[in-house]
Write a protein that binds this ligand. Structure first.
Ligand code: SF4
Length: 178
């Protein structure tokens, strides 16, 4: 089902012109401890239920290696300076909701352990993260970068080059594994 599944998933994402899906192998992912250090300095540190330090200290590298099929969901959009904040928010939810759709597709096609990692911190709740516990534990997902993946270096391994600062193109990257 795997290769066919990727083609089918590519059809699912077609409704959003900013999204593409690229296959990637688990060996392409580079995990670095300094990525988690960056989380500590994020303004959202300890405020999101799906970001450090509130996520379980699983061996995420081992988890990703358990999947035979992995694809990167790429969001790429040209932006004007004044649109930056809007697109920043919209893109996280566009990627997040599409990844949930892809999980659902896979579940309905006999891949019950398909899972996704989002790009950027979870923004499903309009009024911010809930205080006592996650409002949507079934829908909230962990950002790829929060697992310790150096996203930029890993994507470079499959020919996707991202340079900072972003000048006029905005990107988000999520992952679907099955
Ligand atoms: S679903 Fe809501 S409460 Fe849960 S992590 Fe996302 S924003 Fe926070």
């Amino acid at each position: 089902m795997s290769k066919t599944a990727l083609e089918e998933l590519k059809k699912v994402i077609q409704v959003n012109p900013y999204l593409t899906l690229e296959s990637i192998r688990s060996e392409s992912f580079i995990f670095e401890k300094r990525v988690r250090l960056n989380c500590f300095y994020c303004t959202k540190y300890n405020t999101k239920w799906t970001c450090p330090p509130r996520i379980p200290e699983f061996d995420y590298k081992a988890i990703i290696e358990e999947y035979q099929n992995i694809a990167i969901l790429k969001y790429e959009r040209v932006f004007k300076k004044e649109e930056f904040d809007l697109i920043r928010n919209q893109s996280t939810n566009d990627v997040h909701r599409m990844l949930l759709k892809l999980e659902k597709y896979l579940y309905e096609h006999n891949d019950s352990l398909a899972i996704s990692f989002i790009g950027g911190s979870c923004k499903l709740c309009k009024n911010g993260c809930a205080k006592d516990k996650c409002n949507n534990p079934g829908m909230a997902r962990i950002p790829l970068e929060a697992t310790g993946v150096n996203v930029i270096k890993s994507l470079d391994n499959i020919g996707i080059k991202i340079e900072f600062p972003l000048i006029n193109k905005f990107y988000r990257f999520g992952l679907i594994a099955w």
